[in-house]
Design a binder for this molecule. Sequence first.
Ligand code: ADP
Length: 947
Amino acid sequence: MSQATPAMKQYYAAKEECPDALVFFRMGDFYESFGDDAKTIARELEITLTNRGKTEDGKQMPLAGIPYHAIDNYLPRLVKKGYKVAICEQLEDPKKAKGIVKRGIVRVVTPGTAIDSSIITDAANNYLMALAGSFNPDSDKKKSKANDNGEVFGISFLDISTGEFFGTQFEDSAPYEKVISEVARYKPSECIIQETLAQNELLMKRLAENKVKIESFSCSKSVSAEVEKCESDLLKQFKISTLEGLGFSGVDYAVLACGKTLDYALKTQMRELDHIQPVQFYSMSKNLILDSMTLRNLEIIKNTRDDGENYSLIRVLDKTKTPPGSRLLRNWLLRPLVDPAEITERLNAVSALKENSLSRYDLRQHLSNISDIERLVSRMIYGNSNARDLISMRNSLFELPGLCAELSQLCGSKANPKTNQKADSKANQKTDSKANQKADSKTNSRTESALLSEICDEISQFDFTAELSDLISKTIVDEPPITVREGRMIQPGYSAELDELRNASGDSKEWIAAFQTQERERTGIKNLKVGYNKVFGYFIEVTNANKHLVPENYIRKQTVANGERYFTPELKERESLILTADDKSVALEYEIFREVTEHVSSYAKEIQAMAHLIGKIDVLCSFAEAAIENNYVCPQLDDSLDILIRDGRHPIVEKTTEEAFVPNDTEMDPVENQFLLITGPNMAGKSTYMRQIAMIIVMAQAGSFVPASHAKIGVVDRIFTRIGAHDDLAGGKSTFMVEMVELANILNNSGERNLILLDEIGRGTSTYDGYSIAKAVVEYIHNKDKKGVRTLFATHYHQLTALENKLKRLKNFHIAVRETGNDLVFLRKIVPGATDKSYGIHVARLAGVPEKVNERAAEILKEIENESLAEDESRGKKRTARYTQLLLFDPENAGAEERIVEKFVEHPEIEELKSEFKDLDVNHMTPMQALLKLEEVKEKLRRLEKE
Ligand code: ADP
């Protein structure tokens, strides 16, 4: 190190400051990287790796660099791959520096703290998450068993680009469904996790499955001392005296998570983060909980085919016009409400907007001209913005008076929008008069929506918008360049000093033109040219053919391909005048730009609040728009446990299916129709039917109208789904194992106000196991806490339909099909009662399985069945018949299937198993215990089968 150049010494110091980041070290027009960083960067960005100087141990020092102006192309690629990048800038003007230019790290860019529009997307928030908790890897086995019953977790989310910040605390046990469901909801791009938790393999694996980039933080002191420090940091940041007012009381791990998030944000951003809103405590019980599996199964944000947004619920509903609106819509769908009154407020607003098409149209026109103002202001705070951002901000602010006028018109609100008061811009006048003209035609359509009136009143309170838009209009030209260091962005007439400098520079440019004419005449060289370039400044260019005409006072400067370049002392003198004036005016323009940006930034909190309100209007309009486009109705929400849907449709399938979608009714109540057991052949539409009910509930509780002709819903506070078998082979779990882990979670955690969707439980194992498990599960859920849980249960085990006689809240339904000869027509209609056929062969035939195979399958089935029945007779009822999955192929043997299963179930050991199942206290079993139990049952069954 001692032999290192001064610049390299600075580099080593920077690297030491951020050892885990790739350091981008600014040297002139390049960001250079050295050593291993250079190797990584060259590999990841596919740029050339060279060498420069020697390392400390005398080896060649690898070097890779990118031009400074191309940073927006390269940085996102590294960050999206999960790298941390520390930007080490020149902290002073190299021209003015005495000795080596000062350099220092100004920002560390990480996936969760990026604000750059090239890294984050408009439609989604970019969250940094922190996770703290009570897991102690050093505890002995006994203790860790106690942990299985529930560890306490604190979790927090911060979006630096919008300033949103919130956290909560809850208990969760392996396999950490609650933690994972929050991760699935907010999709953080980075998570900082308490070191002790990072040693919890299962948790880490589950986080990794959700593609979260993980960093760990240590608690150097005791947890309580860390919590204290975090609390004091948070209080200082938000300039408050207690966290209780924000909802944090007796929630140490939540405070720890929030404090660590703030700390990480400050350490990476290296600046004050005043735009972060005071952290809010959120309670999970205030929202309909949708765990990661449910989000996936219901395709709320992404489809299950390719994980894209096509064919997802959000794609159907998203008619938003602004980025804050599109982010808020996502939020509302991921966190539907549970309070009927609050939901009804949203629905009333949607009704009002739906009925008043003219107002809605105008509101949406205004919205479509509003940019992402909450992120614009964050970029301004960071000094990452340009003059175009100011123009976008101004254009957005222009829309507010009109938006406000429309809203108050719609609500009949008496609010006197302050946003109008000082507005004197053309745009304001235009929108105002437009709104006035329409006022008369709309007076009859005033509407009752408390929520819209509230939003209108709140927006009206902002009195800074006209001042800001005026300031920007006065200072910034309408079409400024992208860069802020080359001038041409400040309006003439704003600064006398700037105007003078510009005149001086302009006069000189005229002088140059005159000089060129004069020299052409003087020398007789007709094509003599006076030009300029950045390196050599002003020059006189003469082609080789005219070189002999060059006068004596020309001094040679540079040889070019077809001529020579010269200068004269007179030209040199003028050059320095021009350059000084240009330099000064560019610097002054930048100064003015910075002042305006700072002034706008001082309203960051208000702008964020306004963006949130704009987002709300946008989402409500979007719901109204989707309701009209898709023919949705307004649902009624209440505290009952009923679900009544007339002509319900699946919001996605109805838009994508080639056949006409067949609507279906649903009637659920806690007395007789709590558990709907749905049978029907494969492909009949069971899964679609179950999902459509859940999706209608999610939509309704988010505040959207729903695809039905009538819907009355007793709010649901959690939806569990176990639909379809998907492998987790990469995670090392078999399909069956995945199924059982998910099932265990549902059985352990479901309650009266939940809705459970179970599709083909037990399919992943042999029919014996599958049937036994399915039956035990039906009984368990039906009898849970003596009240049962609302459940939709699709199954191919027709024998289960017999349970209708035993379980009073269970009702059989099936999806009707019509058989015509060998053909099967799916009627898609749900009807009461059970099916008695599996139609396996029909479905195989429809799917194109060769006829020979179908015929042979039926034959085999018959053989097996005859064989087993014969064996039965010869042994009395001592042993059970062989019962295999193949039975499912046979349409004609459904009766036999039932008989065989019944016999099987009668076996004394099976009886024992049954009672064992009945006595299982699933509530107090860990998933692992449940799995071991299943394994034991499976072993027993296997043994019995062999006997
Ligand atoms: P199952 O769960 O019974 O195997 P699915 O629910 O997967 O059947 O439905 C199979 C296909 O039938 C779906 O992909 C969809 O295209 C179509 N479908 C389902 N329900 C309906 C309906 N009500 N109207 C029209 N088509 C439907």
